[in-house]
Write a protein that binds this ligand. Structure first.
Ligand SMILES: Cc1cc2nc3c(=O)[nH]c(=O)nc-3n(C[C@H](O)[C@H](O)[C@H](O)COP(=O)(O)OP(=O)(O)OC[C@H]3O[C@@H](n4cnc5c(N)ncnc54)[C@H](O)[C@@H]3O)c2cc1C
Length: 473
């Protein structure tokens, strides 16, 4: 692909919510007169705005965050609700596909603006990146799956959620035709036989969506996980607090045990004052990343092993209507959720070909027509077989975060290379910063990161230098 060498070119790799928000804010700031002109390459074979969460067509797959908190623009919190019009108000949990449409439309509108740079869609995947700091007009060369290369000045890796890990699944299950390794692959649910029980492994947000899609009379949907915890519901009536709770003064430098006590105290205090534990959990959100970073590595590892799941089920909540539907299905005997791990699986001669028997650690044996991997996106980079991630780790342009969640990044999200490599103009956001930030996977955080990155990248001097400005916070 040939293009002028005078333009400042930025590639956004991945057009899920995070990549679309980054491109949108780049266009937004450029239209508002930010100095550096930019051509923006948005690279993804999938349509803009969809991604894992917002590409689903199912009307009962609802936003897990009220519409009023899902604006694409941190400086215009009502933007999404205005776009929704009669579809819903700020406290509503509308179908997630509407948010995907909103992002796609917002991007189109922004790119139609006459003062914005070109937005070029590339329907392909990036499989490798070369950094050529001194030899080429543009320091980054992105190799696409179709064999072509694209030269740019800087790139944002908005790669989002990888396919779920498989390490937990016994080989007999992994190799079976009834195993759905990633239930979000388009059309995956059409492979589930209509008249058989199913097993969902994992009991988080994906399980809730899948259980609601698959439950029907005549079938039992079993769901198990190591802990058996399911996401808590949002409050049925939005709490209108007379005064938002002050952000608590917490410090994690005294270690995890003291932090646990302080967090429980804060939640108890908010429940007393505001009548709802959710206010306490939400009041910690602005602090979570800073607290996480204050913990010593051993405490971080302990938190991941012992506290994360409990925290996430209270922090990443589901709409009350989804919780009610799930509990109605449980009460009707159509869904059963509990603790358990899969220890083995086998097919025997007396079974129909589309059935597998799964052994659980509590001794149960379940005969099911499908097993869905709902364990969530693999977060350890070294365990994914994603070609681009493998390339970045092999060349040393990126390195895994110390706790294993995504890439190790600077305060602004720039990839930290291995020791012997110069930093490349490569940034990332969202779930790929989990090891550094912990609180980084939902839109309210991602939109702020996307906006910060857009401003940073439109300043050409940032892209060209090896250092970064000091963080604003
Ligand atoms: C079931 C579920 C429901 C959720 N609901 C909500 C919600 O209601 N609200 C909320 O705020 N958050 C929600 N989340 C969190 C959600 O994960 C994020 O908000 C959102 O998916 C983040 O988008 P993303 O762009 O980072 O990742 P993704 O949605 O995973 O998108 C990544 C994109 O990058 C592309 N890509 C990857 N690698 C390459 C490559 N090498 N080259 C080119 N393209 C590439 C992929 O094709 C994909 O389109 C939910 C999560 C789950 C699992």
């Amino acid at each position: 692909m040939n293009h002028s060498s005078t333009t400042h070119d930025i590639a956004v790799v991945g057009a899920g919510a995070a990549g679309t928000l980054t491109a949108l804010r780049l266009l937004h700031h450029a239209a508002a007169g930010r100095p550096a002109p930019a051509r923006i390459w948005l690279i993804d074979p999938e349509p803009a705005g969809a991604g894992l969460a917002f590409g689903t067509d199912a009307p009962h797959h609802l936003l897990n965050v009220p519409a009023g908190r899902m604006s694409a623009h941190r400086d215009d919190p009502g933007h999404f609700v205005r776009w929704l019009g009669s579809y819903g108000g700020e406290h509503d949990f509308v179908p997630r596909r509407l948010f995907g449409q909103y992002l796609a439309e917002s991007l189109q509108t922004a790119s139609d603006h006459r003062d914005t740079p070109d937005l070029v869609r590339v329907p392909d995947r990036v499989v490798a990146i070369t950094h050529q700091p001194r030899t080429a007009a543009r320091p980054l060369s992105l190799r696409l799956r179709d064999g072509q290369s694209l030269e740019v000045d800087a790139a944002v890796l908005a790669l989002g959620n990888f396919a779920p890990g498989l390490a937990w699944a016994p080989p007999a299950l992994r190799d079976s035709a009834v195993f759905l390794a990633d239930p979000w692959v388009p059309g995956a649910l059409t492979k589930v036989p209509a008249d058989r029980d199913v097993l969902l492994v994992g009991t988080g947000l994906t399980m809730v969506d899948m259980a609601l899609s698959l439950q029907h009379p005549g079938r039992i949907v079993h769901a198990v996980s190591r802990h058996g915890l399911i996401p808590q519901p949002h409050a049925t009536t939005p709490l209108i607090a007379p005064k938002a709770p002050a952000t608590p003064q917490l410090d994690a430098r005294s270690g995890l045990a003291a932090l646990r006590r302080a967090v429980l105290r804060q939640i108890a205090h908010c429940r007393r004052v505001h009548g709802d534990w959710r206010v306490g959990v939400d009041s910690l959100r602005p602090l979570t990343s800073a607290l996480w970073q204050q913990l010593p590595p051993t405490d971080q590892a302990q938190l991941l092993a012992q506290d994360l799941r409990l925290w996430e089920t209270h922090r990443h909540r589901i709409p009350p209507v989804s919780a009610q539907a799930l509990h109605a299905a449980i009460d009707a005997g159509l869904v059963s959720i509990g603790q358990g791990t899969v220890t083995d699986a086998e097919t025997t001669a007396d079974m129909p070909g589309d059935v597998i028997e799964v052994q659980l650690d509590d001794g149960r044996r379940l005969r099911v027509g499908a097993v869905l991997n709902c364990t969530g996106s693999e977060t350890h980079l070294t365990r994914t077989d994603d070609p681009l991630v493998t390339n970045l780790l092999t060349t040393g342009l990126g390195s895994p975060a110390p706790t294993g969640g995504g890439f190790d990044t600077t305060a602004h999200g720039r990839l930290r290379p291995t020791e012997n490599r110069a930093p490349a103009p490569l940034w990332t956001l969202g779930s790929l910063r989990r090891g550094n930030l912990l609180e980084t996977t939902a839109i309210p955080e991602i939109r702020c990161q996307a906006d910060d990155l857009a401003l940073l990248l439109l300043d050409r001097s940032t892209v060209e230098t090896r250092s970064e400005p000091a963080p604003a916070h």
